[in-house]
Design a protein around this ligand. Structure first.
Ligand SMILES: *Cc1c(COP(=O)(O)O)cnc(C)c1O
Length: 372
């Protein structure tokens, strides 16, 4: 993966620069030779990629991002202007009558609610029986799930969806490669908020869909032209920049999170404020080991009171109190600030690339000083 992150787009980079330059053009000159001009209706399939015409369709930096992400995500990647734009594109593509959707990122529920408003999309929960699902419907599984970082069994949901002829869409934002490959356990499509680990510096917004099927990719790219949600030029440059160091970042963040969670777990008796710790590294089900090769850099804790949870972030020096995750800077969020569905004692922590001992000491201090 580390070599692909540097070189997977060498062949399509259009200039000799070692780094594909920032390219802000929205429009690109057609071939100067009239004999080589092809009318839109005569263009071959898949010609949107590789022939920049207008940046809403595609542009050089978005194509570099897609080339690199395709290699590391083991499928054909289509990039979007955000993670939610990717989810919107997936639902637009599948156009299900019934959507089974679990807990997880509240924004995805917001997108599903738009489909319900427009055309009566019926939503059921992952714990409901899937009897209502029909051919072409969608099961949306987020794993590990926001905000706890607990893992769900991809194979189990793939089997349940496929039994009904439905598709399994997996939001794998919390465990990007090499942590987890949902395709190995039956996913039909995978999405990521690239704002998180692929971006990794809390300075760009992007998303992507991954499919094993080239025809599906072609359709997604065509749909994206009219959804108007291609990843922007400058964001693409930043994303391509970030991907160069992605391998080192994810490895460090994942291993630090495991160490921090293990420390809290082993010393939990000494923390009066700590009620519960949630993380896939503390799960004992067999599927967790099979499906996750290492654990998400996100975990959650419940404190003994709302007051303690509200005060906790102010007691941290390195974990900054902000929403989002995936960046090199560690973040903590009193989750009730942005997610109305979550109990007010819950804190979500996103582990960055700082020295792990510093992070452990930071949480240790905050846990000891957030209650009187
Ligand atoms: C952040 C996030 C999203 C939405 O991504 P944006 O890039 O903010 O639109 C979707 N799913 C999960 C799990 C996320 O963490």
């Amino acid at each position: 993966m580390d070599t692909k992150l540097i070189h997977a787009d060498d062949d399509i980079t259009r200039v000799s620069d070692v780094v594909q330059p920032i390219n802000v053009a929205t429009t690109f000159r057609y071939n100067a030779d009239p004999e080589k001009l092809v009318k839109y209706q005569d263009l071959p399939e898949n010609s949107i990629i590789g022939n920049p015409v207008y940046s809403r369709l595609s542009h050089p930096n978005s194509e570099n991002c897609e080339a690199v992400l395709s290699e590391i995500l083991n499928g054909h990647v289509v990039c979007y202007s955000s993670g939610l734009a990717a989810f919107m594109a997936a639902l637009s593509y599948f156009n299900p009558k019934v959507l089974a959707i679990g807990d997880g990122y509240h924004g995805c529920h917001g997108v599903a609610n738009l489909f319900t408003r427009w055309n009566g999309l019926k939503q059921i929960s992952l714990v409901d029986s899937f009897d209502e699902l029909q051919k072409g419907d969608v099961v949306h599984l987020e794993t590990p799930v926001n905000p706890t970082g607990l893992a769900l069994d991809i194979q189990e949901y793939a089997d349940k969806a496929h039994e009904k002829g439905a598709f399994l869409l997996v939001d794998a934002t919390f465990a990007p490669p090499p942590l987890q490959d949902p395709f190995l356990f039956g996913a039909d499509m995978v999405m990521h908020s690239a704002t998180k680990y692929f971006g990794g510096h809390s300075d760009l917004l992007a998303g992507c869909l991954v499919t094993k099927n080239l025809a599906v990719k072609t359709k997604l790219v065509e749909d994206r032209v009219f959804l108007g949600t291609n990843i922007a030029n400058l964001e693409s440059f930043l994303l391509r920049r970030s991907l160069r160091t992605y391998g080192m970042r994810i490895e460090r963040q994942s291993s630090s999170a495991e160490k921090i969670v293990a420390h809290l777990h082993e010393n939990r008796q000494s923390y009066k404020a700590l009620k519960e710790i949630y993380h896939s590294s503390l799960q004992s089900e067999a599927f967790v080991k099979q499906q996750l090769s290492s654990h998400s850099p996100v975990f959650a804790i419940d404190l003994v009171s709302e007051e303690a949870a509200k005060r906790f972030p102010s007691k941290c020096s390195f974990f900054q109190h902000a929403t989002s995750l995936g960046g090199v800077e560690s973040l903590v969020e009193w989750r009730a600030m942005s997610d109305t569905t979550v109990r007010p004692t819950l804190l979500r922590l996103s582990v960055g690339t700082e020295n792990v001992q510093d992070l452990i000491e930071d949480l240790d201090t905050a846990l000891k000083s957030c209650i009187d």
